[in-house]
Design a protein around this ligand. Structure first.
Ligand SMILES: Nc1nc2c(c(=O)[nH]1)N[C@H]1C(S)=C(S)[C@@H](COP(=O)(O)OP(=O)(O)OC[C@H]3O[C@@H](n4cnc5c(=O)[nH]c(N)nc54)[C@H](O)[C@@H]3O)O[C@H]1N2
Ligand SMILES: Nc1nc2c(c(=O)[nH]1)N[C@H]1C(S)=C(S)[C@@H](COP(=O)(O)OP(=O)(O)OC[C@H]3O[C@@H](n4cnc5c(=O)[nH]c(N)nc54)[C@H](O)[C@@H]3O)O[C@H]1N2
Ligand SMILES: [Mo]
Length: 763
């Protein structure tokens, strides 16, 4: 049964008034400081803002809800943050609230007709709210009633698998652990998470080849590496503190290679806003080599590079780490045969690069074995994402550039605790070793069958197989692919529950009835019976550390995420599980003791996490102990399949602007790309514009095709840009409606958000 509300699923096609400005040659610097100050004073007042910023990422402060980049040992006393971290906390610690009066004024139909920017700017949800069946306005509800309702609807499910539990990667370790425990006690592994849309391809690729689904480098390794490849990643916007690490690397004589269809300014030149010298001198030039690869061309590029390395090795250059390959790896001979059979002309053509450009990369990789490769969504959200990342691993294996100092692989994570959530068991395909230990510790069996990932959850909703859908954070409507289809699927669910800080589209496009459970944010004090609590998170390099909020909560009627999970657990399980959920909420040390017992690597958790810097989780591959079944690192053979679009079509990638955090839109400017006050743009190569007769500023509709079906997004403005030929770029989430639900990466099932076959239509 679908519901009757006439809500807007796809962000409305309204222009905001574009301004184009010349692109500044360097990232960060003074404009970054003024932008930070603007956002914090708009949202929370300058005084509260500065006080909050001073505690950001400090040893006694809270972890930035922005990205998962690690903190350096010596932190700046002025605050260890970046412009976008400042925006992230301004957005969370905003004084604006969506209280019951707000919800009485605005129906879900009305709110959904606003842009994601407008919805987000409404502020923080202050009270638990309930949207009854068939109604259009949320009403306040007590916490007790809300939990009761969840319990009732859960018990109305015919099997435990009719309930699905999503997690966004900001959830703390403590909340995530309790949540997965509740889900498994209830009887399912339906634990989709944002990782499924993010670094899943990295996890799969690395687990198969080196035995751990995480990166192998520490921050210091980046400082001292000789060559750092930054592939399919825009750190100037999405991991700004990585720029300081790259500039240290440069200072130590390292070289940086940037592989990207867009010459992202942040990776080209960086002015450290915390360094007066940098500000005066215009900063550090970062990228020594920039390769404008075609979208999806990286796999061909890496195979071509491997071929050249082999050829040069045949001619006597010492490019193959023979001892390492012999002692620590498997599959070399087969891989070598496969690479030597490469059609190099075809491969090079697929990259869109000149031979001299690609050869410059070979030279870089040949110049040292202290190589680090960093990557993000440009590699993972591709049909061949897993295979492409395995080509990266192949290169590191031949060079012996892994499992030792200043070398290794570095998938740069997105959400601030997405890696920790996986460690805590937020995973629809839990590993047997994880489940064995969980069962031993809690002395009971847990379900072993695989649950739904994100795409499978949407398909299950569509087929009326989901009765209750609970979201621990996130925005399941705007972040997911195929917006129209996903939105309709969501309306098949009986009850949807959103544990949230801020208002978003997923609060409007809901199941038949819906709850919003408002929670404390990272910046806020979390006081329980046992006193002021802290939580823990794991950063992109596997360090577990504390995070403690400092601000008064924006409303007295918020609960912490652990308290909300406990409330749900008691209502759903009704005491049959025999666990003391109240004790876990009273003091999070109790949760951490459970984690210590149930998850490997957390010995003396409560003690070690109280040291100022936290502690590293065990990581065999980092020390050269590969934790695959064979104990060796594996070369991977992947046939090169070159994806092509039909004549007249473009390959489109959906990317982030400088003023957004995923579906939270901070502002309308993409400063580093020179596009201000407008998000409905299509970045296009000037030659393509000339050839296709597209004018600067022309209004177009975008139509994607996949297996004969067309999807349409209306009203975008064509903007000439230095982007690889044949490629266009638009912003996520405005064009998620063009991403086909079934077009997912092989093995990881990640939606292919960076390779969408699209044509433009004149309006
Ligand atoms: N301020 C801010 N910080 C964030 C986020 C945010 O939205 N805002 N999001 C967080 C999250 S969850 C994540 S996952 C990360 C995302 O961090 P990124 O992965 O940097 O984010 P995207 O904007 O998706 O950028 C992808 C980059 O890959 C390039 N690219 C696209 N296709 C290809 C390709 O085929 N080959 C190559 N070589 N490059 C390609 C694009 O041009 C772009 O530079 O950032 C995290 N940090
Ligand atoms: N087309 C396209 N789609 C993409 C991507 C892309 O590059 N292109 N990127 C994908 C990626 S990498 C990711 S990670 C996903 C992101 O998917 P999600 O994680 O689902 O989306 P977010 O926009 O990060 O979620 C924002 C919401 O989280 C809630 N929130 C914020 N802080 C907290 C908190 O502390 N606790 C709780 N409970 N809630 C909180 C707020 O209500 C906010 O509105 O999107 C994916 N979708
Ligand atoms: Mo992400």
């Amino acid at each position: 049964m679908s519901n009757e509300r006439n809500v807007t699923i796809v962000p409305p096609a309204i222009y905001t008034g574009i301004k184009e400005v010349p692109i500044k040659p360097a990232a960060a610097g003074i404009p970054a400081i003024s932008s930070s100050l603007y956002h914090i004073s708009e949202e929370m007042g300058l005084w509260k803002g500065i006080k909050t910023l001073m505690k950001l990422n400090q040893k006694e402060g809270f972890d930035c809800p922005g990205c998962a980049w690690p903190d350096p040992d010596h932190r700046s006393v002025l605050g260890e943050y970046c412009e976008n971290g400042a925006k992230a906390i301004a957005e969370e610690a905003t004084d604006k609230i969506c209280d019951p009066a707000f919800f009485a004024r605005h129906s879900v139909e009305e709110i959904s007709s606003w842009s994601d920017f407008q919805i987000g700017k409404s502020g923080r949800v202050s009270d638990p709210m309930y949207l009854p069946k068939g109604e259009l306005y949320y009403k306040p509800i007590s916490w007790e009633k809300a939990f009761e309702l969840i319990g009732e609807e859960m018990r109305a499910c015919a099997t435990p698998h009719e309930a699905v539990f999503y997690t966004s990667g900001r959830t703390s370790n403590e909340a995530a652990f309790m949540y997965q425990l509740l889900v498994r006690l209830w009887g399912t592994n339906n634990l989709p998470d944002c990782s499924n849309m993010c670094h899943e391809s990295s996890g799969v690729a690395l687990t198969e080849t080196i035995g751990i689904g995480k990166g192998t480098v520490k921050l210091e390794d980046i400082y001292h590496a000789k060559v750092v490849l930054v592939v399919g990643q825009n750190p100037g916007t999405n991991h700004p503190r990585m720029m300081s690490a790259l500039s240290k690397c440069k200072g130590n004589g390292g070289k940086i290679v940037h592989i990207n269809p867009l010459p992202e300014v942040g990776t080209t030149q960086f002015v450290n806003p915390q360094s007066p010298v940098d500000v005066l001198t215009g900063g550090t030039k970062l990228a020594d080599l920039y390769l404008p690869v075609r979208i999806g061309g990286d796999m061909a590029l890496f195979q071509w590079v491997q071929y050249q390395l082999l050829k040069r090795a045949e001619q006597g250059e010492k490019l193959i780490a023979e001892n390492f390959v012999q002692e620590k790896t498997a599959g070399f001979a087969e891989w070598k045969n496969h690479i030597l059979s490469l059609n190099t002309t075809e491969a090079l053509a697929a990259t869109g690069l000149k031979e001299s450009e690609a050869m410059a990369l070979v030279d870089m990789i040949a110049s040292s074995d202290e190589i680090i490769t960093c990557w993000a969504m440009g590699l993972t959200q591709q049909k061949h994402g897993v295979a492409t990342i395995q080509e990266v691993v192949n290169i590191h294996l031949i060079r012996g550039a892994i499992g030792k100092a200043n070398a290794g692989v570095c998938p740069v994570r997105g959400h601030s605790n997405v890696q920790g959530d996986r460690t805590m068991g937020i995973y629809e395909k839990p590993k047997p070793a994880f489940m064995d230990r969980l069962e031993q510790y809690f002395k009971r069996p847990f379900p072993r069958e695989e649950g739904y990932d994100v795409v499978e959850s949407i398909l299950a909703m569509e087929q009326d197989k989901v009765g209750v859908f609970i979201c621990m954070g996130g925005n399941f409507i705007s972040a997911t692919p195929d917006s129209e289809r996903t939105g309709k699927a969501m309306q098949h669910v009986r009850l949807t529950v959103q544990v949230s800080t801020k208002l978003n589209r997923a609060h409007c496009v809901t199941g038949q009835h819906a709850l919003i459970l408002p929670c404390l944010g990272r910046t806020e004090k979390d006081v329980q019976k046992g006193g002021l609590q802290f939580v823990t998170v794991e950063n992109s390099m596997g360090i577990v550390h504390r995070s403690q909020g400092i601000n008064e909560p924006i409303s007295k009627n918020l609960k912490s995420e652990p308290a909300i999970v406990a409330g749900m657990a008691k209502a759903i399980l009704q005491g049959k599980d025999g666990l003391d959920w109240d004790a876990m909420v009273e003091h999070y040390d109790v949760v951490r003791n459970h984690i210590e017992g149930a998850i490997a690597g957390f010995d003396r958790f409560n003690e070690r996490v109280r040291t100022p810097d936290g502690f590293y989780l065990p990581n065999g591959p980092r020390e050269g102990r590969f934790t695959t079944q064979s104990g060796k690192a594996h070369f991977t053979v992947s046939p090169l399949e070159i994806l092509q679009v039909q004549p007249g079509y473009f390959v489109m990638m959906t990317i982030r602007s400088h003023d957004q955090y995923n579906t939270t839109i901070y502002g309308l400017d993409d400063r580093y790309r020179g596009i201000l006050n407008e998000r409905r743009v299509v970045l296009m190569n000037e030659e393509d514009m000339r050839e296709g007769g597209w004018q600067h500023g022309q209004e177009v509709d975008l139509v994607s095709i996949y297996k004969g079906a067309e999807r349409r997004a209306e009203r975008f403005l064509v903007i000439p840009f230095a982007i690889a030929k044949g490629c266009i770029a638009t912003y996520f989430p405005e064009t998620n409606c063009l991403v086909p639900l079934e077009h997912t990466a092989d093995k990881s099932n990640t939606p292919v958000s960076k390779w969408i076959e699209v044509r433009l239509e004149k309006r």
